[in-house]
Design a protein around this ligand. Structure first.
Ligand code: PBG
Length: 338
């Protein structure tokens, strides 16, 4: 039946009616706040120029920030570590006394009911800034057939990434989240965790992580821009949707508990396809460049920050995401209360 019998405006007439037929809900319980932790003494917070309102935190400040997140109803934080020293093997990543391990212990002790997720990757810890180890001799990259970053050796990297995940679990991480995009790392992490008695620690896999220009501000924040080349030899081509579904299905088969799509806004179709193909809990990462664009638009007086953030977070949920990682998580939780 069509117009005039059907009038879709009937159900839009009042706030209560709109609420009654609303298809998608956004709540603080869906949101995860990323935190950057570094080993500064005291309560130090070092603002990140590219991410207005976000700081690199000392462990003490991170514990405070985690408490503030919990108080606003956020269920989880996602930790990124900025180590004092970097080396070719990224050894700070799997050091039991590394920055993420220390921060995890401190946050879990102060806020036991807050879920602590840890980003598992080598890029913040390697002096070359890549997400894995470089192949010995660099022979692959010297051939004109391959990109420089095809040099990142998959299987030796996977070993260290699995070691990093176990070290995080030993420190008390509730969830580990590998973001390196090496093949086979979810299966390797699963068996390493199980081998160490961490059968109950879930894996949130960054399954469809694209080689995106939207990570720019994060790389300033984490000091993890690659020293040469880029990440296109391991992160996904932004043009590919079928491949994203294959990545998610493979990670599911290897034992992932949650699959992630990243970034979020330019990939809403991918979020939907991954949700439909896997029927698993899907996470989406509303990344640093997406946050920075909204901040810049708001600072220029062109955008209403609150309205834009709530609209985009809702759109990510509508696309199929159950969990959203966002630098706006605290703001959104506050706005949703009022
Ligand atoms: C590191 C990692 C990155 C992000 C999360 N984990 C950066 C990258 O791959 O270069 C990006 C997060 C953001 O932009 O907010 N593996």
């Amino acid at each position: 039946m069509s117009f005039p019998a059907t009038r879709l405006r009937r159900l839009r007439a009042t706030p209560v009616l709109r609420e009654l037929v609303r298809e998608t809900r956004l709540s603080a319980a869906d949101l995860v706040l990323p935190l950057f932790v570094q080993s500064d003494p005291g309560h130090q917070r070092q603002p990140i120029t590219a991410l207005p309102g976000v700081s690199r935190l000392s462990i003490t400040a991170a514990v405070e920030e985690a408490g503030a997140a919990r108080a606003l109803g956020l269920p989880a934080v996602l930790l990124f570590g900025i180590p004092d020293r970097k080396d070719a093997e990224g050894s700070g990543a799997y050091d039991d006394e590394g920055i993420v391990q220390l921060a995890t212990r401190a946050i879990k002790q102060a806020h036991p009911d807050l879920v602590v997720m840890t980003d598992v990757c080598l890029c913040e810890y390697t002096d070359h800034g890549h997400c894995g180890l470089l192949a010995a001799g660099g022979a692959v990259g010297s051939s004109s057939t391959f990109d420089d970053d095809a040099n990142v050796d998959n299987d030796s990297s996977v070993e260290l990434i699995a070691r990093t995940a176990v070290s995080h679990a030993r420190a008390g991480a509730d969830v580990v989240a590998p973001s390196d995009m090496m093949d086979g790392r979810v299966g390797a992490i699963r068996s390493a965790l199980d081998g160490d008695g961490f059968e109950d620690v879930p894996i949130v896999a960054y399954s469809a992580k694209f080689a995106s220009a939207f990570y720019g501000p994060f790389r300033e924040a984490a000091g993890s821009a690659p020293a040469f080349g880029d990440r296109r030899g391991y992160q996904m081509d932004p043009a590919n949707g079928d491949e994203a579904v294959r990545e998610a299905l493979l990670d599911a088969a290897e034992g992932a508990d949650v699959v992630m799509v990243k970034p979020a806004l330019a990939y809403l179709d991918v979020i939907r396809r991954v949700k439909d193909a896997t029927r698993m809990p899907v996470a989406a990462y509303n990344v640093s460049g997406e946050y920075a664009m909204v901040k810049a638009g708001a600072a220029a007086g062109a955008l209403d920050e609150r309205a834009v953030v709530l609209e985009t977070l809702t759109s990510i949920r509508r696309a199929g995401a159950d969990i959203i990682i966002s630098y706006h998580a605290k703001d959104a939780a506050l706005w949703l209360q009022t």
